[in-house]
Design a protein around this ligand. Structure first.
Ligand code: PMP
Length: 487
C-alpha cells in the first residue's frame, strides 16, 4: 500500500497514515471487510517504525472504523447499519421508546415564545417574563469580584466545597435574614441552585407520587409544572386581595390530608398580593393542628416599593414547621443559579442529602463571588436603586393602563415584586388575545398558565412591569389596548 508521507510536516507520521486510511474507508475506496496490510509490512513499505503504524490502526479502531482479529490482522468495519434519525419531521425514525414518551403539559412560557418567534415584530415588547431588568445588574462590578475571588482563593474556588453551601455566604444570608426579623443560624441555611431546586428537593424528600400538595390558586406555573411532573395530586386554595384564603384552608386540610402547603406570601406570582399578618398567624396554627409543613416561597420579598413588610412565616414558626426559601435570581440575576432555604429539625439533614443526590453542590466560584458582592454592600445599593426604578415603572404602567385600557379593567396595584395581574373586561379570553397582541408587537403571560384548570384563568393576564423603561411600557400598553379593541 502506498501512502504519501511528508516528513517535514508538523502533523505526526501516525496521524498522516491514520488520516489517509480514514479517508479511504469513508469514501469507500477501502472496502468493508478488506484486510489492512500487516503493521510490519506497511511499516517497511513506508520506511517508518512499526509502532507508528500500530498507533494509526489503534486510532482507527478507537473510532470504530476498523477491528482486529487476534492472530489474523486488522479489518475494515462495515458501515454502521443503524438508520439515520436526523431527518427533521420524520417521527417514525425515532426508536419506539422515544415516540412513547409520557405526555405532560409543561412549558407555558415556551408557547408564548413560539408565537412570538413566528408572528412577532422586530420591536416586540415582552411583558411575559418572570425576571427583573438585567440592564440594571452591574455586570462590570461582578466581573471584578469574580476575578478577585480567583486571585485570592485560586483552586479552592473550583472545588465542590461544603455541600450545604459556602459557609461565609450562609453566614451572610443568616445576617440578612436576621435584619429582616428572621432569626436563624448558618447551620440551618442550605444553598440551592435557585429556588426552583429548593422546590424540587423539598418535593422529593416530603412527597411521593400520588401524594397531595395544597397550593394557592392561581400559583407560580413552574411549581405547578414540577408538581405535575412528579405526579402529585394538586389541590388549589383560592387567593384574594390578602393572599391565600386561609379560612378555606382548614376544610381542605381535613379532606385531603396534604403532605405540604406551598405558598408565596409576598408579592405573589402571579397576583402580586401579600398574605395579611392575621392570615400568616392562622396558617402557622393550622400547620400545627394538621401536622403539615409549609413551603414559604419568598422569591421577591426584598423588592418592596411601599407599605410595611409582614413577618416571614418562618419568623412566626415556633420551630420545624416552615421551610423558608428565597433566591438571588430576581434581586440580582437568574443565571447565577443561587437560591437558599432555611429549615430546622431532621428535615434540614434530609434536604442536604437530597441536594447531594441532585447535583452534588452549587458552584463554589459563584457562591464565593456572590458572598463578596453581597458583603461589601453593593447588594444593598443595587436593591435600593432597583426598588426606586421599579416603583416608577409600576406607577407608569398603572397610569398607562388607566389611560389606554380603562373600561371594565380590574386591578389591585401591587406594593412590590414584578407583576400586575389584570382582569380583561367582559368575557374576553387572554388566550384569544395573545396572538393578536403579538401581531401588534406585545405579549404577556395568559392567566390560564397559573391555574390547575386553565379555564379558571381565561380572563386574566400577568404583566411584568419591571423589565421595560416607562416609555416602552406606555407603548406596550398602547399596543395591548389596540389588540383588546380588535378582539
Ligand atoms: N418561585 C417563584 C414564585 C418564581 O416566580 C420563580 C421563577 N420565576 C422561582 C420560584 C424559581 O426561580 P429561581 O430558581 O431562579 O430562583
Amino acid at each position: 500500500m502506498r501512502i504519501p508521507i511528508d516528513r517535514n510536516s508538523p502533523t505526526p507520521l501516525y496521524e498522516q497514515i491514520e488520516k489517509h486510511l480514514r479517508q479511504g474507508i469513508l469514501n469507500g475506496s477501502l472496502a468493508p471487510e478488506a484486510r489492512l496490510p500487516a503493521s510490519r509490512q506497511l511499516a517497511s513499505d513506508l520506511g517508518v517504525n512499526r509502532i507508528t503504524v500500530e498507533n494509526a490502526y489503534a486510532a482507527l479502531e478507537a473510532d470504530g472504523l476498523v477491528y482486529s482479529r487476534v492472530g489474523s490482522g486488522t479489518y475494515i468495519l462495515p458501515p454502521n447499519p443503524l438508520p439515520k434519525i436526523s431527518r427533521p419531521g420524520d417521527e417514525t425514525a425515532w426508536p419506539l421508546w422515544q415516540r412513547n414518551l409520557p405526555e405532560r403539559s409543561l412549558g407555558a412560557r415556551a408557547a408564548v415564545e413560539e408565537l412570538r418567534l413566528t408572528a412577532g415584530r422586530a420591536d416586540h415588547i415582552s411583558f411575559a417574563g418572570g425576571i427583573s431588568d438585567s440592564n440594571l445588574f452591574p455586570a462590570e462590578d461582578f466581573r471584578k469580584v469574580l476575578q478577585a475571588v480567583m486571585r485570592r482563593d485560586g483552586i479552592a474556588a473550583l472545588e465542590y466545597g461544603d455541600r450545604r453551601g459556602y459557609a461565609p455566604l450562609r453566614e451572610t444570608i443568616a445576617h440578612i435574614l436576621a435584619s429582616q426579623g428572621l432569626q436563624t443560624s448558618p447551620e440551618n441555611v442550605l444553598i440551592t441552585a435557585g429556588s426552583q431546586q429548593a422546590l424540587a428537593l423539598v418535593s422529593q424528600l416530603l412527597l411521593e407520587p400520588g401524594d397531595t400538595i395544597l397550593v394557592e390558586s392561581p400559583t407560580y406555573s413552574g411549581a405547578l409544572d414540577l408538581f405535575r411532573a412528579l405526579n402529585f395530586r394538586i389541590i388549589g386554595v383560592p387567593v384574594d386581595g390578602q393572599g391565600m384564603c386561609v379560612d378555606l384552608l382548614e376544610k381542605q386540610l381535613q379532606q385531603h390530608h396534604p403532605k405540604l402547603v406551598y405558598t408565596i406570601p409576598n408579592f405573589h406570582n402571579p397576583t402580586g398580593t401579600c398574605l395579611s399578618g392575621a392570615r400568616r398567624r392562622e396558617l402557622i396554627v393550622l400547620s400545627d393542628r394538621y401536622n403539615v409543613p409549609i413551603f414559604e416561597d419568598d422569591f421577591v420579598g426584598d423588592l418592596r416599593y411601599e407599605g410595611r413588610a409582614q413577618p416571614a412565616l418562618k419568623a412566626l414558626d415556633p420551630g420545624g414547621r416552615v421551610i423558608h426559601v428565597s433566591t438571588f435570581s430576581k434581586m440580582l440575576m437568574p443565571g447565577l443559579r443561587v437560591g437558599f432555604l432555611v429549615a430546622d429539625g431532621p428535615v434540614y439533614d434530609g434536604l442536604v442529602k437530597f441536594k447531594r443526590v441532585n447535583d452534588l453542590a452549587t458552584s463554589s466560584l459563584i457562591q464565593r463571588a456572590l458572598h463578596d458582592y453581597v458583603t461589601v454592600g453593593r447588594y444593598q445599593a443595587h436593591l435600593r436603586r432597583s426598588t426606586h426604578i421599579f416603583r416608577k415603572r409600576r406607577d407608569a404602567m398603572l397610569a398607562a393602563i388607566q389611560r389606554h385600557l380603562s373600561g371594565g379593567i380590574d386591578i389591585d396595584p401591587p406594593q412590590g415584586g414584578l407583576f400586575i395581574w389584570l382582569k380583561l373586561p367582559g368575557n374576553l379570553s387572554a388566550d384569544d388575545l395573545l396572538p393578536r397582541a403579538i401581531r401588534e408587537g406585545v405579549d404577556f403571560m395568559p392567566g390560564g398558565n397559573f391555574f390547575l384548570d386553565g379555564g379558571d384563568g381565561a380572563g386574566w393576564l400577568r404583566l411584568n412591569f419591571v423589565v421595560h423603561e416607562e416609555g416602552w411600557a406606555e407603548e406596550g400598553i398602547r399596543r395591548l389596548a389596540r389588540a383588546v379593541a380588535r378582539l
